[in-house]
Design a protein around this ligand. Structure first.
Ligand code: PMP
Length: 428
């Protein structure tokens, strides 16, 4: 029988060490919110392949839709011969995105590519070059993705130089002492010290920073960003690669901006859970912005692959049929209640944060500082007990939950129980 150790040895010999791996485990099979490794051990999946499985592993509707498409055609390259699922998916995403203006969409394969293409259309439309992103933000591992990402180690180490004309402002975070005023002032400072506002094509932000620590952009900040963009002819890009497809209790996190503050992004990127486990990303935006690039300037051989389009359409259908947006809010509330109970019991948990089912706790040491070592220990204790958990955060002290929205209440409670044990086992 295969063992994790044998497979890890082969992996180490055959694969570069720069390719990280959270756990020395090889998967055999997965079903909804559970995974079994090659040794037969069962895990509860609170990671969802990093925010990819809002509809769970192998959602039956997704599997069926992909199987149907498999029987018809798997690839033509959309720029050579088109297929309806691509167009239908664009129509659906256009209709679902916030803002009372005409929208258009096109597809790529990864989140990083969606970000690259959002910048491409923003530059083509504005005929400007500069882009402002935020400290702690994560936008991918391509050259522009790395440039936009606001964290050096490990993402940028040794990989430069990066594309020019990228500037970083502060992301507001009350817990770590950055107010909305501070964040806006940091943009004004860029305009004063580094780049004139009239040369800035776009400001890109995550509505909730994902890799950066599940920090939620306050509505007041978003309103002021929109006003700043409008005053200077700058486009606002929401990177919803991690927040999108229902994670925050809305289809898009920016639906909340629109509902509560009348703010809509000009361009939105999606990926991850959009495809329910199949690789697809989307760029959705104002029709006039999306039409600015020259013919042939956008696309890619595999972009918007028919199997992935079929999967994404099935994901959208599953959300509608199974009421998964409401479920996202219910799952979030259940997790928040559970984590608050753990916070009352275990010292060191400083904050329970949630945007829908995008839920996190932050761990601090007895010295009052972010406790990255304990966070790593909690994640390790959890996996040993059979719970897949991920950490994140600029300070490495955030435990995040990205469990499938299709997980049962019983499974969520079971997972919380394992987290309880992990916290107890790592008490300071
Ligand atoms: N943007 C955000 C907000 C992300 O969370 C990620 C992935 N963690 C990316 C972009 C990059 O996506 P991918 O890994 O699919 O290129």
């Amino acid at each position: 029988a295969q063992t994790n150790a044998d497979l890890m040895a082969r992996r180490r010999a055959a694969l570069p060490s720069g390719l990280g791996q959270a756990f020395p485990i090889f998967v055999d099979r997965a079903e909804n919110a559970e995974v079994w490794d090659v040794e037969g051990k069962r895990y509860i999946d609170f990671a969802g392949g990093i925010a990819v499985l809002n509809t769970g592993h192998r959602h039956p509707a997704v599997v069926a839709a992909v199987q149907r498409q498999l029987e018809r055609a798997t690839h033509t390259c959309f720029q050579v011969l088109a297929y309806e699922p691509y167009v239908e998916l664009a129509e659906k995403l256009n209709a679902m995105a916030p803002g009372d203006f005409a929208k258009k969409s096109f597809f790529m394969t990864t989140g990083a590519e969606a970000v690259e293409n959002a910048i491409k259309v923003a530059r083509a439309y504005t005929r400007r070059s500069a882009v402002i992103a935020f400290g702690g933000g994560f936008h991918g591992r391509t050259m522009m993705g790395m440039a936009l990402t606001g964290k050096v180690a490990p993402y940028k180490l040794g990989f430069g130089p990066f594309p020019a004309e990228v500037f970083h402002a502060k992301f507001p975070c009350a817990l770590h002492g950055v107010s909305v005023d501070d964040a806006i002032a940091s943009i004004e400072a860029l305009f004063k010290y580094d780049v004139e506002a009239s040369r800035v094509a776009a400001i890109i932000l995550e509505p909730v920073q994902g890799e950066g620590g599940f920090y939620i952009a306050p509505l007041d900040f978003v309103k002021r960003l929109r006003a700043l963009c409008d005053a200077h002819g700058i486009l606002l890009i929401a990177d919803e690669v991690q927040t999108g497809a229902g994670r925050t209790g809305d289809w898009l996190a920016s639906d909340l901006w629109w509902r509560e503050a009348g703010v809509a992004p000009d361009v939105i990127t999606m990926a991850k859970s959009l495809g329910g486990g199949f690789p697809i990303s989307a760029i959705i935006g104002r029709a006039d912005v999306m039409d600015a690039a020259s013919v042939g300037g956008l696309g890619g051989t595999y972009s918007g692959n028919p199997l992935a389009c079929a999967a994404a359409l099935a994901v959208i259908e599953a959300f509608e049929r199974d009421g998964l947006l409401e479920r996202s809010r219910t799952v979030g509330a259940l997790l928040v209640r559970g984590l608050q109970a753990l916070a009352a019991k275990h010292p060191g948990i400083r904050e329970v944060r949630a945007a829908g089912a995008m839920v996190a706790i932050e761990l601090f040491g007895t010295d009052g500082k972010p406790d990255a070592p304990r966070t790593a220990a909690v994640v390790k204790a959890a996996i040993d007990a059979g719970l897949i958990l991920l950490s994140c955060g600029t300070h490495g002290n955030v435990v995040r939950v990205l469990v499938p929205l299709t997980a049962s209440d019983a499974l969520l409670e079971e997972g919380l129980g394992l987290l309880d044990q992990a916290l107890a086992a790592t008490a300071p």
